[in-house]
Write a protein of this length. Sequence first.
Length: 443
Amino acid sequence: MEQASLFESVENEPLASRMRPRDLSEFVGQEHLLGDGKILRKIIESDHITSMIFWGPPGVGKTTLAKIIAKKTEARFITFSAVTSGIKEIKNVMEEADQNKKLGIKTIVFVDEIHRFNKAQQDAFLPFVEKGSIVLIGATTENPSFEVNNALLSRCRVFVLKELSNDDIYKLLKHALLDERGFGKDPIIISDDDLRLLASLAGGDARSALVMLDMLASNGIEDKNGNVLIDKKLIEDSLNRKSLMYDKNGDEHYNIISALHKSMRNSDPDAAVYWLARMLEAGEDPIYIARRITRFASEDIGLADTNALNVAVNVYHACHFIGMPECNVHLTEAVIYMSLAPKSNSCYMAYMEASKDAKTMLAEPVPLVIRNAPTKLMENLHYGEGYQYAHDTKDKLTTMDCLPPSLKNKTYYHPTKEGREDRFLERLNYIKEWKNKHRDNKK
């Protein structure tokens, strides 16, 4: 346990630390969990804390929620760090918690960045969570399905925290300017538009937003009245990034992703790379772009180049592993590949045509011949009667009709001759000719 120094003061703390919400009334965002009547709010307010994991991007309030719980709960609250906490220390604290339970004392253990704990460290918590000696609260930016031991994860409830909106960040910044813990005693002047600009540059990260505001307040120009002025130029110069005309939640967001998509469709790699850069430099989530490229690979290229989807998925994973700014080159590789690949929208069109029939013919029965018959009753009802197993035939083909009778001979997939899709066209034509020939032979 650390003892505070006589020379420490709240004023010397970073703004993000000074402005950390003290209770739920000061907490901003996560309305889906903390709004009136929502489950997590009820759990915290009633002090009925169970083992849980907070999963979400940086700066959305995971650690803050743990601190609010620590302040509100009547239980003993212990924090562990993956860097400084060894297995021996964990076991000692767990055994102490075990003894406290016998005395009626509840122990809550908070593990920040639980994904950094190795398997042995996580396993050390498991028996004590199982028998209720401790309540475990973990916080992670990584998918707990992959980073937390299954046995431990199964005993925790996962709460997903979302990236804060620009409005959420704006409220936090506004509060920091007015609150005495922030700059409430300091005459700082910044326009509403510039404050919203600053909020948009934070990327949904409250901590990052407050760090930026702290830095700008230190670098602001003081006028003759002693007011510190923060304007758009100072924001751009200090943060070394221009305020590109781009709002991740506004019309321009959709305009630019549309421009990227259509540039790739038009086989224009230079335009595609430009629009990619516009998004990344404005703070767009690289994972969002990678998802859009993955969609493009099937919608606009499809079977003309089946490797396009492999490239897109690999780039998605690369973005997930290393993030920005390093993953910008992976996304560039992807958009250039997609731009230069042969184009076919036959998969997209096939689904769109089929979906029209699916929506208007919802009650079409599955043909008896392709129904399973796991029971005698189903056999008596002719389920699976006459089924032909393609692998048992010489050509691995049959003449069975798999569509409902009302859709017999309906065609949805119309292959093009682009790229490698000509091979699929050739194969499809062969299959159709074979079926027609063998149907005729049966007559």
